[in-house]
Design a protein around this ligand. Structure first.
Ligand code: GDP
Ligand code: IMO
Ligand code: MG
Length: 429
């Protein structure tokens, strides 16, 4: 197996970072291909906590870490993240970090617009974004106004691009705020920051081709989750990139034939941060308990995550569209103290039963989840590394999910630490 794609199957925060870090031990390179620093991937290694937003999680093992063309990069944030991780003892240098010259920049004005749009006091509709400028940056990319790292070769043309972006957005900002944003300060700040980052910037599709030619093992690290995908997620309550596994190809410039194993990361329950529909949400003491035991607070914004039971209807769509051929079930230990655990197997909408995810569920639609209820195990599973050592009811829970999802569960995660896993099938060696 030379290449592996890791993607989230829910609304993000499934534990992708932990699993990327685990499997990165066998990788020659780890690649981010979409999203930006809206992601928050937490790694726990011997009680030491690493929080990564933009750097591929492979950096902690000092693996070649590549930020692909599909990622939007806030250079000011990246510089800080490199500084922070360096202070934690991780050496980041131009041999282990390479950023695509084709990736687009998040500028300070994008962050400003994102925050302004989310300001309900101004009568705006809230998506509940991370406020990091992700949406506005991708919009400028799609509208062919965006700035890439390759644009820094010619500073006169770059300045013209800055002026044109700021002029475009200022029409709206002026109307809203009664004042315009000047490009000049931001331009100078970003130029200075670029000087520090330029040593990392290169032609990454070619680098990936060279790695593939040498049969090196590449791990593609997804950010967010399937239901935050711009096309397939709970639109408009989604992020602004494609989070499906096929984007590992477009977002990195890797030939799709080279994406072999696709691993879907699934929490043993479901969480969502931000607004939008959530059929199995438990907006009650069950949700509170899941959140408390699972420590469900956003890495990026610190917001409380909404919690509910595992949803197989959702999982099946993610498996189908992302081409997932193996699952990792994370946070099994969070369910240890529940007397009963539930798995949603279908929805009832207007008296009709749906086993397959219906087209665009909206917040106002009344979706009744239909559950299979299993007996809990009420025993500690944290840190267990052998499947047979799991309490019988926990084994049954895992087997049931495998059966309902019709996909093999290759790994079960039983704690946040790097070695708290049950490896059922070797997926990347
Ligand atoms: P990501 O965005 O998908 O990488 O996930 P996050 O890092 O945002 O959120 C997952 C959280 O759960 C992190 O704090 C992890 O340390 C933690 N975690 C991961 N796997 C497990 C597990 O099996 N059990 C427990 N209790 N925590 C886990
Ligand atoms: P990781 O990689 C959970 C959510 C935001 C919001 C929506 C749009 O850690 O799983 P954006 O800032 O992207 O425009 O916000 O997407 N969101 C995430 N939720 N985990 C993430 O990343 C997320 N990245 C974005 O909360 O609902
Ligand atoms: Mg996260």
């Amino acid at each position: 197996m030379s290449n592996l794609v890791i993607v989230g199957t829910q609304w993000g925060d499934e534990g992708k970072g932990k699993i990327v870090d685990l499997l990165a031990s066998s990788a020659d390179a780890v690649v981010r291909f979409q999203g930006g620093h809206n992601a928050g991937h937490t790694l726990v290694i011997n009680k030491k906590i690493f929080k990564l937003s933009l750097l591929p999680s492979g950096i902690v093992r000092q693996k070649l870490s590549i930020i692909g063309n599909g990622v939007v990069v806030d250079p000011l944030h990246l510089e800080k993240e490199i500084r922070d991780i360096t202070n934690q003892g991780i050496d980041v240098n131009s041999s282990n970090l390479v950023i695509s010259s084709d990736s687009f920049l998040i500028l300070p004005i994008h962050k400003y617009i994102d925050t302004l749009r989310e300001d309900q006091k101004k009568g705006n509709k809230k998506i509940g974004t991370t406020g990091r400028g992700i949406g506005p940056a991708y919009e400028d990319k799609v509208s062919r106004r965006g700035i890439r790292f390759s644009d820094f070769k010619n500073s006169r043309e770059l300045e013209e691009k800055f002026i044109s972006i700021y002029n475009y957005h200022n029409v709206w900002i002026e109307k809203f705020e009664g004042k315009e944003i000047s490009y000049q300060n931001d331009f100078e700040t970003i130029l200075k920051c670029y000087e520090k980052l330029s040593k990392y910037i290169d032609n990454t599709w070619l680098l990936l081709k060279q790695l593939n030619d040498k049969k090196r093992k590449i791990l593609f690290e997804g950010a967010q989750g399937f239901y935050l995908d711009l096309d397939h997620g709970t639109y408009p309550f989604v992020t602004s990139s494609n989070t499906v596994a096929s984007n590992a190809s477009t977002g990195s410039g890797t030939n799709p034939n080279q994406l072999e194993k696709i691993l879907g990361i699934t929490k043993a329950y479901t969480t969502r941060v931000g607004n939008g529909p959530f059929p199995t949400e438990e907006n009650n003491e069950v949700g509170e308990k899941l959140g408390k035991i699972g420590n469900e607070f956003g890495t990026v914004t610190g917001r409380k995550r909404r919690c509910g039971w595992l949803d197989i209807v959702m999982l099946k769509k993610a498996i189908t569209i992302s081409g997932i051929n193996g699952l990792v079930l994370t946070k099994l230990d969070v369910l240890d103290s529940f007397t009963h655990v539930k798995i949603c197997t279908s929805y009832k909408i207007n008296n009709q039963i749906f086993e397959d995810y219906p087209s665009n569920i909206s917040g106002s639609q009344h979706v009744v989840p239909i559950y299979e209820t299993l007996k809990g195990w009420e025993e500690k599973t944290k840190g267990i590394t052998n499947f047979e050592d799991l309490p019988l009811n926990a084994q049954n829970f895992v087997k049931k999910i495998q059966l309902l999802a019709n996909c093999s569960i290759d790994i079960v995660s039983t704690g946040p630490e790097r070695d708290e896993n049950i490896i059922i099938n070797e997926v990347f060696n």
